[in-house]
Design a protein around this ligand. Structure first.
Ligand code: DX5
Ligand code: ZN
Length: 218
């Protein structure tokens, strides 16, 4: 069986107590941090200084999801801050190949995100530059939205492209992932799962992480 990773998003957690919220999910494979700028998405969260403080307070795998304009200008700094993985949106990157290389050169995994309506095919040839592809399963900007089934065929096509590279490139899904939808994502070829409201609205978030992992089989 494929190794499945659960990386909860703290977007809908208590943002005034980030270290405390991260310590509630010891079974997780990382913590997904949603950076929003009110330009790329109509919402605003936190930026580099907050991520630098989180880095000082936890050994957790930091999975940064940048939902910001001018990704080229900002993404390398998050790698420099010590994040293990930095995801930029291809819709916000001027030079995605150069940017992926800059992230890797700073010691982080390079990852590229696609909004639900953005096709993967134009980026097939740059897959070897990436350590992960993030496929949004809601329009980015907010937690608690309904999972978009229409992304499932793109997950399948991305899995085929990853196979062709012969490399171990993770496929992450983000948005509306829950006990109801995670099986479909895994069956389509995802191996890394962001869940925000499903984890942090649960009575026992760490148990939910394990329950989600139990359902993510392919
Ligand atoms: C949405 C963010 C997601 C969000 C997921 O734009 O990128 O990471 O927190 O939240 P849920 O799991 O509630 O859809
Ligand atoms: Zn996210």
């Amino acid at each position: 069986a494929m190794a499945m990773r659960i990386t909860p998003s703290i977007l809908n957690a208590d943002l005034s107590n980030l270290s405390g919220e991260i310590s509630r999910i010891p079974s997780a494979d990382g913590v997904h941090l949603d950076v929003m700028d009110n330009h790329f998405v109509p919402n605003m969260t936190f930026g580099l200084p907050v991520v630098e403080c989180i880095r000082k307070n936890t050994d957790a795998f930091l999975d940064i999801h940048l939902m910001i304009a001018q990704a080229d200008r900002w993404a390398p700094a998050f790698a420099e801050a010590g994040a293990e993985s930095v995801t930029f949106h291809v819709e916000a990157a001027d030079a995605p190949i150069r940017l992926a290389r800059e992230i890797r050169a700073r010691g982080a995994r390079a990852s590229m995100a696609l909004k639900p309506a953005t096709p993967i095919e134009p980026y097939a040839d740059m897959m070897p530059e990436l350590d992960m592809v993030l496929l949004m399963t809601v329009e980015p900007g907010f937690g608690g939205q309904k999972f978009l089934d229409l992304v499932l065929p793109k997950i399948e096509r991305t899995r085929e492209l990853v196979k062709k590279t012969g490399q171990e490139i993770w496929i992450q899904v983000d948005g509306g992932v829950s006990l109801e939808t995670i099986e479909r994502c895994a069956a389509a070829g995802a191996d890394t799962f962001v869940a925000g409201s499903a984890v942090y609205s649960a009575a026992d978030p760490d148990k939910m992480v394990n329950d989600l992992r139990g359902k993510a089989v392919a």
